[in-house]
Every structure is written in structure tokens, then in C-alpha cells.
Design a protein around this ligand. Sequence first.
Ligand SMILES: Nc1ncnc2c1ncn2[C@@H]1O[C@H](COP(=O)(O)OP(=O)(O)OP(=O)(O)O)[C@@H](O)[C@H]1O
Ligand SMILES: [Mg+2]
Length: 242
Amino acid sequence: MEKIIEVKNLKKSFGENEVLHDINLNINRGEVVSLIGPSGSGKSTILRCIIDLETITYGDIFIEGKNLKDKKIKKQILLKTGMVFQSFNLFPHMTVRNNIVRTLKLVKKTSLDEATKIAKEVLEVVGLSDKIDNFPSELSGGQRQRVAIARALALQPDILLFDEPTSALDPELVKEVLDIIRKLKNKKITMLIVSHEMNFVKEISDKVVVLEKGKILEKGTSKQIFENPKSSRVREFLNTIY
Ligand SMILES: Nc1ncnc2c1ncn2[C@@H]1O[C@H](COP(=O)(O)OP(=O)(O)OP(=O)(O)O)[C@@H](O)[C@H]1O
Ligand SMILES: [Mg+2]
């Protein structure tokens, strides 16, 4: 199996405080991997390290075999990862169309014609073709998050990272975003997901990684983690939230 992401012996400190201790994690092409664990366990920090929003203190991160430390090819490496945040991060003063088109022009220097074509395609995937000329303020939270997913998809990343994509949404809007992620799994898109929606995590994940206090408590298939965890700490954690 081809490894898309390999995290090796990763440590991350903020000042004196080490928040990730020796994290090892692999994601293969086409796999959906979820990171779960209590608040403050380091889930977001791992994602932020993978997309280079944080400088790592020790260890290595490889994306498609290339070390993220390699400054010369860093930009090229990062083009292969797309991230969807809890809080959409759309440009409020631009229409849906321009959120996607401008991003493509900026990041990939895509021509206007080509970018417009891609924008239409990805909006079709997330079911928002009819909102192409609306502004983010004219959309529901769920629709905004679907635009954010479309914008990430437009860059054709080899892996999509999600950090609690539904936690800023009203309960009735959660489903529409989860449905899109299900659809992406059917398209064999590789994904690393942080989510508190445990039923969703159980259903969608090939692998589940449980973190606590910056350490991996256990990793395994979704079935193994949810139905037969080895660690009593994992069992306790799942009992409290699921
Ligand atoms: N910029 C920062 N400066 C200092 N400490 C930080 C910073 N970002 C995160 N931390 C600390 O790192 C630890 C891990 O935080 P992180 O945000 O990765 O947790 P999380 O698992 O995503 O939690 P949540 O479920 O609440 O989102 C926490 O103790 C947090 O206080
Ligand atoms: Mg977080």
C-alpha cells in the first residue's frame, strides 16, 4: 500500500510544554483515518503540524515520501494536502465562485476559464451549484462548510484533513456535511478526520487513532477500537462520550 502520510517520532513543544510525545502514524492512499481523544490531547496540533502551520520540535513528517523539512520542495508538498477547519475560513467579501476561483489562481496560477470550470465541478460534488454567485453571508453554516470543502477539493489534494468540520454547526446541519464526507470516501479520497461525532467516526473510518495527553493510546480498525479496545483508558473515554 502506498503511504500518503507518514508521521515518525513526532514531538511538539510550545515553550517548555511538550504537547505531542513521539507520535507515529501512517495513512495509506484511499484510507480514511480518524483521530479521536479528549480535549487538549493534541489532535489539532497533529493536523497543524502535517500542514506546516506548526513547526515540529522533533521527528519527521513525510508526504508521499517527501520530507516536509525539505525547504526547496515544501510548497510543492503542501499542495498535496487540503484542510477544512471548524470555522469555514471563507473570504466573506467574495462570492462562492470567487472563493474557489481566486484560491486556484493564487495557489496554482490556474487560468480563469479553467478555474471557473473546476469551481462548477466541485460545487456540483457538494450539491451547491445554485449558490455559485452568492456570498458566504447568504448561506447556512452547513452550506458554508460545504463550500469550504469544495474549495479544498478544487486544489485536487491527495489528502484532505478535517478538524471538527461539524462542531460549529447546528445539529440539523451536521448531516449534510457528513453526507459530503461519505461521498468523498466513495470517491476513494484519502482523509484524516478529527471529529466528535462518534457514530460517524465509527462508520466512516478504516483506522481510528485514540490520543490522550499527546500520546497515542491505541490505534486499530474502527471495529476493533469501538467494539473491542485493548486499552482500559480507551474504553473509559468511549464510555464517557459514546
Ligand atoms: N499555540 C499554542 N500555544 C501553546 N499551547 C498550545 C498551542 N496550541 C495548542 N496548545 C496546547 O497543546 C495541547 C493540545 O492542543 P490541541 O489543540 O492540539 O488539542 P485538541 O485535541 O485539538 O483539543 P480539542 O478537542 O479541544 O480541539 C493543549 O494542551 C493546548 O493547550
Ligand atoms: Mg482541536
